[in-house]
Design a protein around this ligand. Structure first.
Ligand code: PLP
Length: 407
């Protein structure tokens, strides 16, 4: 069958594919530990669920405005003002079916063939694919583990061309847990002004960051009309299945997204929109409670991984992932299976150790694997024990003597 060339070049989401395999194994009764999922294991808080139920009972089940109900757009602007101290009008917000959809809409509204979008690596798997759906070109900017994955302004400057239209930043970052400093964010905003491009700030993990660590680029001097904030309820309020996200930014861009959305998906679920209002207007201590729990789990995961010989790890500062390097195992064997790369490492780990992890390659960082610690302490400990056993079972190739360096 002949498909559109734009769609032919797009891969399936590696994280969703792995999650599907993990869920199928679990459903068939296999005892498998899941470190693959990018979603909190907590239930959606009661008052938010009740708001959804009340919306159904009140027959709030019809079409809404394409950009979302006014009540929610106002709640989004108010929450951003309260959390970050920046003022936006409700008309500068658009409600979408999840943050991924908001990113998709921004890229569709802003980018076209010939445009370049700079994506710091490691990156969330969907960014390059979303850019390709618009016919634009992803330009990958390598960040270094030895530098804590920070965005080096000099290297960023060298990646900028006349075609640069957008830079996508994600702090706290999936998969590395990097949190951008004020200086990093300010130089990004300054470069955006100097070279006339936009910054998409994906802030989906920001509410879960340790207090006073997250710096929103929209709050910085000279950010007005340069920064587009994307966020949603998925991670902070444990609402991944409700599918509510949003974008906030310059009015003409939001209006373009609104026109596009009105022809594509109309609007996000009416019931979910009401639940999202309850999330944003309700007691915010539910977010802090989950964030504190993630903090404890982070310690357990980081300390446990560092105790496994062969795993090396730059400490994640936020989000809920660890992204260790496992390349010392490459070339090793488990039985007859050769571990060649991060994909075969993750696959063998699932087959042999029954632990679901995600290879680093789809995040633009071969040599690493991603482990989500959005699961219970007992599961984390069980998974760590299995990983240690798995690492021990890999027959590693004898280290060759490094060549002598002359001169
Ligand atoms: C960095 C990042 N952005 C966006 C999303 C998508 O969030 P949503 O479920 O609201 O579409 C995810 C989900 O894993 C993510 O990790």
């Amino acid at each position: 069958m002949r498909l559109s060339p734009r769609i032919e070049g797009i891969g399936e989401s590696a994280t969703l594919a792995l999650d599907a395999r993990y869920k199928a194994l679990k459903q068939s009764g296999v005892d498998v530990v899941g470190f693959g999922a990018g979603e909190p294991d907590f239930p959606t808080p009661e008052h938010i669920k009740e708001a959804g139920i009340a919306a159904i009972r009140a027959n709030f089940t019809r079409y809404t405005a394409a950009g979302g109900i006014d009540e929610l757009r106002t709640a989004i602007a108010d929450r951003l003002r309260e959390d970050q101290g920046v003022r936006y009008e409700p008309a500068q917000t658009i409600v979408t079916s999840g943050a991924k959809h908001a990113i998709y809409n921004v890229v569709q509204a802003l980018c076209a063939e010939g445009d370049e979008v700079i994506i710091p690596a490691p990156y969330w798997v969907s960014y390059p694919e979303i850019v390709k759906t618009a016919g634009a070109t992803p330009v990958i900017l390598e960040c270094r583990e030895s530098e804590g994955w920070r965005i080096d302004p000099e290297r960023l400057k060298r990646a900028i061309t006349r075609r640069t239209r957008l830079v996508i930043v994600n702090s706290p970052g999936n998969p590395t847990g990097w949190i951008g400093s004020r200086d990093e964010m300010q130089s990004l905003v300054d470069l955006a002004n100097a070279h006339d491009f936009y910054v998409l700030s994906d802030e989906i993990y920001s509410k879960l960051a340790p207090p006073k660590t997250f710096v929103g680029p929209a709050t910085l001097p000279r950010a007005t009309d340069r920064v587009i904030v994307v966020d949603g309820v998925s991670k902070a309020y444990s609402m991944t299945g409700w599918r509510i996200g949003w974008a906030i930014g310059p009015k003409p861009l939001v209006q373009a997204m609104l026109r596009f959305q009105s022809q594509a998906t109309s609007h996000p679920s009416s019931v979910s929109q009401k639940a999202a209002v309850a999330a944003l207007r309700g007691d915010q201590s539910v977010v802090r409670t989950m964030a504190d729990e993630f903090e404890k789990r982070r310690r357990l995961m980081v300390d446990g991984l560092r105790r496994i010989p062969g795993f090396t790890l730059a400490e994640p500062k936020g989000a809920f992932y660890a992204f260790p390097r496992v390349s010392t195992f490459f070339g090793g064997k488990v039985g007859n299976v050769v571990i060649r790369d991060s994909a075969s490492f993750a696959e063998t780990c699932l087959d042999v150790a029954r632990v679901a992890i995600v290879p680093g390659a789809p995040f633009g960082a071969e040599g690493h694997v991603r482990l989500s610690y959005a699961t219970s302490n007992d599961e984390i400990q069980r998974g760590l024990d299995r990983l240690a056993e798995f690492a021990r079972s890999i027959e590693r190739p004898a280290r060759s003597t490094p060549p002598a360096i002359h001169g």
